[in-house]
Design a protein around this ligand. Structure first.
Ligand code: SAM
Length: 223
């Protein structure tokens, strides 16, 4: 899943993952995390997700990172927002009031880019990545977030023999393996998502489960 794959998806408008509403798990579980309103929230691989506006609406400052500049432009155009655009190689920063989008590669982020971030929301980010990239994603995320940072992770699981990703199936065991070295993990909910996702039934799935987790970055260096 190289960058070109994602750029093409945006160029062709093949963005079936994009939701025209706020994420139900965000609305239900974010308040339980207890992240104070003024805190800055990181949204990795953010696309043009409306969830960033939901978070901003709760008083958070939001920092998204996204490979495709088309996504950043669409986020602004769709929502009638006028960004201030600044080149900050290797990123281009879109600043829209309390939402900032860094256009570029998640793996090029350093902790300095996430200055002030104390929370994270991952929906369709981990599961967008192929198995070989996920350990690197988890390690890099751990290196970016400060000790005590809270994260809401929405992951997806299904029978891999019936469909190939993305979105990829990520089992509960894999979530533990990926994040347990640096995070405390609390499963919050599971949700049967097939009824609302007929396109996945068409792709052959008979079971599609969303798992919601609360992660808390342990203090101290990565283990
Ligand atoms: C499946 S989409 C999910 C987008 C968003 N989280 C949502 O819920 O709508 C994954 C997004 O990650 C972006 N992406 C993939 N690899 C990336 C990387 N290395 N750095 C930044 N963005 C990336 C893609 O362009 C795509 O918009």
């Amino acid at each position: 899943m190289n960058p070109e794959f994602w750029h093409q998806r945006w160029q062709r408008g093949e963005i079936g993952w994009h939701a025209e509403d706020f994420n139900r798990h965000l609305a239900e579980h974010w308040p339980r995390l207890g992240v104070p309103a003024s805190q800055r929230v990181f949204v990795p691989l953010c696309g043009k997700s409306l969830d960033m506006l939901w978070l901003a609406g709760r008083g958070h400052r939001v920092l998204g990172v996204e490979l495709s500049e088309l996504a950043a432009r669409a986020f602004c155009e769709d929502n009638g927002l006028t960004p201030e655009i600044v080149d900050e190689p290797p990123f281009r920063r879109y600043r829209i009031d309390e939402v900032e989008l860094l256009v570029g590669d998640f793996f090029a982020l350093t902790p300095a880019h996430l200055d002030g971030v104390t929370a994270c929301f991952d929906r369709a980010s981990l599961i967008a990545l192929p198995p070989e990239l996920r350990p690197r994603y988890a390690r890099h995320l751990a290196g970016l977030l400060p000790g005590g940072a809270l994260s809401l992770l929405v992951s997806l699981d299904y029978d891999k023999s019936r469909m190939s990703g993305p979105p990829f199936a990520v089992t509960r065991e894999e979530v533990l393996e990926l994040f347990a070295p640096a995070f405390e993990i609390e499963p919050l909910a599971t949700f049967d998502a097939l009824v609302e996702s007929p396109k996945f039934r068409e792709r052959g799935l008979e079971r599609l489960i969303e798992h919601v987790y609360r992660l808390r970055r342990r203090a101290g260096p990565d283990s």
